[in-house]
Write a protein of this length. Structure first.
Length: 137
């Protein structure tokens, strides 16, 4: 996966987490970020089940969480589901785009978060990240 060189990376390998944050923008109330999480799934969990479980987890962890859309996607040749949502964190309205896939018994979450007002500005960066992803299955 390729990410913009001016973004900062944060790794918690033991937790299966890698995060990237954009540089702060003057006047922005939220620092845009992109996260990748790997989760070991119980045997036999399919993508549709994983998407439902993930949605419940997010709804329980974010204020004013509302799914605004979703669609099937092919991510690096693997079936994936994209879920768009709005939420609130620390009083800031944010938009979230998640791409979820299951590869070799692991759930993979690619999550983009930005202030609701600034989300569209990060479309080209998000597309660059998505296009550069390579998955081994």
């Amino acid at each position: 996966m390729k990410f913009p060189v001016y973004w900062l990376s944060h790794e918690e390998v033991e937790n299966g987490f890698v995060g990237f944050t954009a540089p702060p923008i003057a006047g922005d109330t939220f620092i845009e970020n992109f996260n990748v999480v790997l989760i070991d799934l119980p045997d036999g969990v399919q993508l549709s089940q994983y998407v439902i479980q993930d949605g419940v987890r997010l709804a329980n962890g974010m204020d004013a969480y509302v799914v605004t859309g979703g669609y099937q996607y092919t991510l690096a040749g693997v079936e994936a589901t994209a879920v768009a949502s709005d939420a609130e964190t620390d009083g800031v309205e944010i938009s979230v785009l998640r791409l979820l896939a299951v590869v070799d018994g692991r759930g993979i979450e690619f999550t983009f978060l930005a202030s609701r007002d600034g989300f569209a500005n990060f479309g080209p960066v998000m597309q660059q990240l998505i296009d550069s992803i390579s998955l081994n299955n």
